[in-house]
Design a binder for this molecule. Structure first.
Ligand SMILES: [Zn+2]
Ligand SMILES: [Zn+2]
Length: 185
């Protein structure tokens, strides 16, 4: 069975972003295949009116419901502002070494920081956060190398400074995963 990465729009996500992510992830996670699934709806009960943000756990749970095969990683994409316990916000979250992860594009838009619309910067940031969360789903931990995509982003400046690629150490760790080995069978 061929191993895949499946992009799952949660709510309304622009097609351009999905296509761009598909292309970038196909290169970075080569030879894994990347596909785009139908959108799923925003999980009920995730909105916290006091914070005016969305709790991330219901998003991961909604994605787990999509998991229909052990040979896929499901990456949810939402434009809503996510948070989790103890953090003001999160760019994304993953089940470490699991089948699902999610990213929020809310704080990746330059407009969020009062800057003009910039598609290139937005797409670059989205790619980095997608690769980062998928890296966690392939069991990678945070990396101390600030250029490595697995470096922890505390703020969007950290995201801008790191590259969209794994450092040599993280890359070799990911290539040892069973999902990659299966490709050669
Ligand atoms: Zn992380
Ligand atoms: Zn690294």
């Amino acid at each position: 069975m061929e191993f895949r990465i499946v992009l799952v729009p949660i709510g309304d996500i622009e097609q351009n972003l999905l296509e761009k992510l598909k292309n970038e992830l196909s290169i970075i996670f080569h030879p894994l295949h990347v596909t785009i699934s139908d959108a799923i709806s925003i999980p009920k009960g995730a909105f916290n009116p006091k914070r005016r943000q969305y709790y991330s756990s219901p998003f991961l749970k909604a994605l787990i419901k999509c998991v229909n095969s052990k040979t896929s990683k499901f990456l949810g994409i939402t434009s809503l502002d996510l948070y989790t316990n103890g953090l003001n916000f999160i760019f994304g979250q993953a089940v470490i070494d699991g089948g699902v992860c999610v990213i929020s594009t809310h704080r990746l838009r330059p407009e969020f920081y009062g800057q003009p619309y910039n598609e290139k910067i937005f797409l670059e940031r989205s790619t980095k956060e997608a690769v980062h969360e998928l890296g966690h789903s392939f069991a990678l931990k945070h990396c101390p190398n600030p250029r490595c995509v697995m470096f922890f982003s505390n703020q969007v400046l950290d995201t801008d400074l790191k590259s969209k690629n794994f450092c040599e150490k993280c890359q070799s760790q990911i290539m040892r995963k069973q999902s990659y080995k299966r490709i050669d069978d």
